[in-house]
Structures are given as C-alpha cells and as structure tokens.
Design a protein around this ligand. Structure first.
Ligand code: F6R
Length: 604
C-alpha cells in the first residue's frame, strides 16, 4: 500500500520512475516524483499508473539529477487526483514530502497551521507534514523533520527533499516500513527491498521513531531525540531476476510455476533422516512441551494457510488450535499466558492488523513466532522468533507462491511441535520431502487441462466453492483468488453447511467448485455434490487421479495426483490458483494489480 522511493547521488529522472515501477505491485492509484533542479524543486504528479507519469515526464527522463523522491499513492484522505497525489509541498514550494500511512491528528494540525498563515491546496493528511517542516525549518532539514514528527500522531513513512539543502534527503518512520542502502554512487531508500536489490544487498530497516539522513554514498540514523543510532545491516540474497517476469505474461503465472522450487527452498536444511530440524526453534523445546494452546493470527490468504495448519496439526494429535483474522483478534479480550504460542503469519511482515495483534499478544505476556517471507520486516523484528518461507519476492498482488511456501513451513512446524511433544510421523516427513517433484509434475501435466475448464466457465458471474476438513481452507482460498483477480462473486463454504442456507443460491447459473478427493470424507462430499446437482448447478469437482465415482456424476473435473490425505491442500490450492488465473486472463484483466487491492496492507 503506497510506495516510497528516493535517492541522493548520481542519477537521472528515469531512475525515480524505475524505482516506482518496482513498487507498483504494492497497489496505488496515482504517482509522483520531486527532484531538485538549480535552486528549486520540480514536482510531477499523475493520477493513474506509473506509465502515465513516465509519459508525462517523457522529455525529462534522461535529465541528470543528484536527488529525488518518488511515490505511489493509495488514496486514504481525498480522492485519487493529480492534486492529492504525492509529493505534497509547503507554501514556498521549497519542501516536497512523500508519505505512507495516516496522520490521525491532521485536522487539528491543519487548522493550527492555517491559523498561522499556511495555505493548503490538497485534501491529504500528508500536506500538513510539508507545512510543519516549513514551520520548523531554520536551515537544518534533519532537525526540522525531527521536530515535525514530534507533532504527528498516527503512522508514517516519509521522505523529504528541500530545494536549498542540496546534499541530503531525509526519511522518517513510525509503523510504515522504510529500508535503506548505499553504494559509491549514492544512497537509496524505499518502502521495501524490491527497488533496492539492483543497487545494494546490505540494507538497514528503519525502526519506529527513527530518522535517517542520506548523503551521497553514506547515511546516518537518529532516534527522535536526535541521538545517533548504530546501524544494523541485513543481507538480502533475493535474486534480482525474481522481480522480473522472465517471459511469462504475468507475475502471477510465473509465481505459480515457481511453486515446486518454493516448496523445496522452504524444506531446505529442515528435513533429514525423516526428521524435522528447525534450528530457530531449538531453544523453545521446553516451552513447546508445556504448551496448552496455539493461536494463529493472520489476514487473507495467510489466514487460510493458518486454517490449514489447524486441521493438519489436529490430524497429528488432539490439540487446541485457534485461528483468527488479525483485524478481529486485536480487539478481542483474549486469554493469553506463557503456555500459549502465538503464530503470526504474514508474507509481507508489514500487515498493520497482524502487527497490532502481535503487540497485543506480547503485551499480555505471550510469545510470538512469525512466519514471513520478508527478512527484516517489522513482524520479524517484533516477533520473538521467525521462520522464513524463503519464497523470494512475490510481486503479483494475489498471493500464490507465498501461500504454498507458508503451508510448507506450517507443515514443518506442526510436525516439529508434534515431535517435541512426543509424536512420531516419519512417513509424513518423507512424503513432504517428495512434494516438490510431485508438484512440479502436477503443474506440467495438468495446467492445460485446468485452463480448458476455466475457459468453459469464464462466462459465469457467481461460483460456490465447497470442501471439508483440510480442504475447507482450500475452498476459502480458491474463492478469494477468483474474487480478487477476476472480480467474480465467489463464496467458500464447508460443504456440510450448504443445506443450512447457501444452497438457496444455486441454480444452473451458479456453478459449484467441489473438492472431492480420495480422503476420509469423500462419500460425504459426494452427497453434497448430489444435493447441488439436484438444484441444476454445474459442478466442477477436484478429484484424485484414479477417481471414477465422482467424475461420472459431475460436469467437469480437475485431476490431482493420488496422494496422502494431508497433502491434498497443496494440489487443490494450486488447481484453484490456475483456475482463477485463467478466468481472469480470459477476461483480459490486470491480473497482477487488481483494482482496489494493495500487496502490503500497512493501514488498518
Ligand atoms: C490475497 C492476498 C491477501 C494477503 C493479506 C495478508 O491474495 O495476498 O489476502 O494474504 O493481505 O498479507 P500478508 O500475508 O502480507 O500479511
């Protein structure tokens, strides 16, 4: 959600645009840049995509500049238009500010600044920051920003450039992420590491309340009190190519094809001799033995991965596992003590509601284990421990490979916790290590068949996904995927719930996607499918390769390999990803950047 990029050093206008291009996936509705030229600032802003901004600055792309800041805005205060786009400026047009987050006391600040003679032109909360810095600027930009941030309530990541201060740019953070790196040509700051990989691998994540002063090739970090802070570097080993499409039409389909590799990377070094090794967890063995409950906290797709953990862990042993969406969890009166493990799942590690839930759990004395994809993200720094999924950058807004990576790590975690508690499931560990090959083969052999089914169903505007047990979360995720990238109404239900209401929706225009693989509940699913057929619904069933019973009764099938019950969610998940992708692709939609959505949801 919103993206910030900025640099000081040797560069050109196009570098700002290219930085924004790499942040596009975060979701936005307008874009803008500011850079210094002689003694003034040039600001260019445009509603819509970064390409529109690129076109509007076409003649300037090659212009050499020594500093600039850039922004993609996801509107919160004021509609998306050129005026509300960032950068926002002060009265004298000497200060430009880009901002992610929400300034909660902006109305009071704005009124005060107006009474002091400042003039506002936008509806944004961000504009108050520019005027505040103007108010406090006495020649020292760092000090003016520091002073201004003291007045701000809410959340922010800000980037600031001043026409008269030519050798530095300033960034500050409270709850919205910022990452910094430097090389001999310059210093660079961005909302996440994606635009930085090409310029530096050793990065520093700003902490809450910190301010950074970037000069060409070096940077310093200060606390809000002005006290210098020692920098802590993280090495990022993401492959630069991973942030490119590499011949695929969309990042989403590329990322689905990366899934076999994602599973094997998530397993790497963690499975040996039919045992699970999670070195990160070793010193928690005693704590694990004492656990009475596991709480999973997450949003969206990560929440669905959490639900799968619950069913999988319960298949290993009876145990109390609760899974809750973060936006609910954080406002609940939860009972947490030192025998409860809180597992926070977040691909980005920056989801505001998940972070607040983590803070709640910690404030009540709970321990937090993070499952994340982004090294150094806020979640990983605030949690007591992190298990990384190691999926590489996920660019498509709709999560696919990260979901599969999360499931893999959650299976490992479940087997690990179970083993520490005394369980033994060597056959499951063995099956898990064979998964990359099976998934690779599945995608290779079945992707076209799934596309053919999607082609047939592209004209429908409503879908009902049904499943049971371990495949219930898969139907929620399948329905979410279809909704978000194809804008089609899709609902997911426990198949047993159909007759308690949802079945009223069904007729020949409302197809059903049913998971009826060869597991313990296949016969129950069969009855549910017959119920939907009796209402004239067309049924697409996900069945095991050897199935005949269900296949003969339904309109279309998606075949997944015959595997152990607990492995089906991987294949069902991928089938539904491919189905949604092909429906959306058929409709020529903007698959990687669906309307209204953002990759990193940094506001509540
Ligand atoms: C859907 C999707 C979202 C995210 C959710 C949580 O495809 O990507 O539902 O799963 O916004 O994001 P993270 O995992 O970054 O906390």
């Amino acid at each position: 959600m919103c993206g910030i990029y900025g640099f000081i050093g040797d560069g050109k206008v196009e570098d700002l645009i290219n930085g924004l291009k790499k942040l596009e996936y975060r979701g936005y509705d307008s874009a803008g840049i500011a850079f210094s030229r002689n003694d003034s600032l040039v600001v260019e802003k445009k509603t819509g995509k970064v390409d529109a901004l690129r076109t509007s600055v076409d003649g300037k792309l090659e212009e050499k500049i020594n500093a600039g800041i850039a922004h993609t805005r996801w509107a919160t205060h004021g509609i998306p238009n050129d005026i509300n786009a960032h950068p926002q400026m002060d009265c004298k047009k000497q200060i430009a500010v880009v901002h992610n987050g929400i300034i909660e006391n902006f109305t009071a600040l704005r009124e005060k600044l107006i009474s002091e003679g400042h003039e506002f032109i936008s509806q944004t909360d961000t504009e108050v920051i520019a005027h505040l810095i103007e108010k406090y600027f006495k020649g020292d930009l760092l000090e003016a920003v520091r002073r201004a941030t003291i007045d701000l309530e809410g959340t922010y990541a800000i980037g600031v450039i001043h026409a008269d201060v030519k050798d530095e740019i300033i960034f500050a953070r409270k709850k919205s992420p910022l990452v910094i790196t430097a090389n001999e040509h310059g210093s660079y700051c961005a909302s996440d590491v994606t635009p930085l990989i090409s310029v530096g691998r050793d990065v520093v994540f700003l902490e809450d309340g910190q301010i950074a002063r970037l000069k060409k090739g070096t940077f310093e970090i200060f606390e809000i009190s002005g006290k210098p802070v020692e920098k802590r570097f993280y090495h990022v080993d993401w492959d630069e190519k991973a942030a490119e499409k590499g011949g695929y039409k969309h990042f989403m389909i590329k990322e689905i094809h990366e899934e076999p590799r994602v599973i094997s990377d998530a397993l790497m070094g963690r499975v040996k001799d039919e045992k699970i090794f999670l070195k990160e967890m070793e010193d928690w063995k005693d704590y694990i033995k004492r656990l009475r409950k596991i709480n999973i906290i997450a949003c969206g797709t990560s929440y669905h991965a959490g639900l799968i953990f619950k069913y999988f862990f319960e298949s290993l042993r009876p145990f109390d596992v609760e899974v809750e969406v973060s936006s609910e969890y954080r406002y609940r009166n939860v009972l947490i003590d030192d025998r409860v493990l809180n597992v926070a799942i977040s691909q980005s590690g920056e989801t505001a509601d998940t972070l607040e839930s983590v803070r709640l759990a910690k404030s009540l004395g709970g321990k937090v284990l993070a499952i994340s994809n982004v090294m150094g993200s806020t979640l990983t720094r605030e949690a007591d421990k992190t298990l990384y999924i190691n999926a590489g950058p996920e660019i498509s807004v709709a999560s696919t490979k990260a979901y599969i990576g999360q499931m893999t790590v959650l299976y490992l975690l479940a087997l690990y916790i179970d083993a520490v508690m005394g369980g033994e499931h060597p056959e499951r560990v063995k099956a898990l290590s064979k998964l990359p090959e099976l998934v690779d083969n599945f995608i290779l052999t079945e992707a076209d068949a799934i596309k053919a089914v999607a082609d047939k169903y592209v004209g429908y505007s409503n879908f009902m996904y049904i499943g049971r047990n371990l495949n219930y979360p898969s139907v929620l995720e399948g329905a979410l995927k279809l909704k978000e990238i194809s804008y089609t109404n899709a609902v997911g239900y426990q198949a047993g719930e159909l007759k308690h209401g949802p079945i009223a929706l069904l007729d020949e225009k409302f197809p059903v996607m049913a998971v009826a693989v060869d597991d313990d509940l296949k016969d129950k699913m069969l009855s549910n499918i017959l119920e939907t057929k009796a209402r004239n619904a067309h049924v697409v069933a996900v069945v095991s390769a050897s199935d005949q019973k269900v296949s003969n009764l339904v309109n279309d099938v998606i075949r997944v390999p015959d595997v152990e019950n607990y492995l089906y969610p991987f294949f069902v998940g991928i089938s539904f990803q491919l189905f949604a992708y092909n429906v959306a692709n058929n409709r020529n939609l903007n698959i990687d950047m669906p309307r209204n959505l953002a990759k990193s949801v940094t506001v509540e």
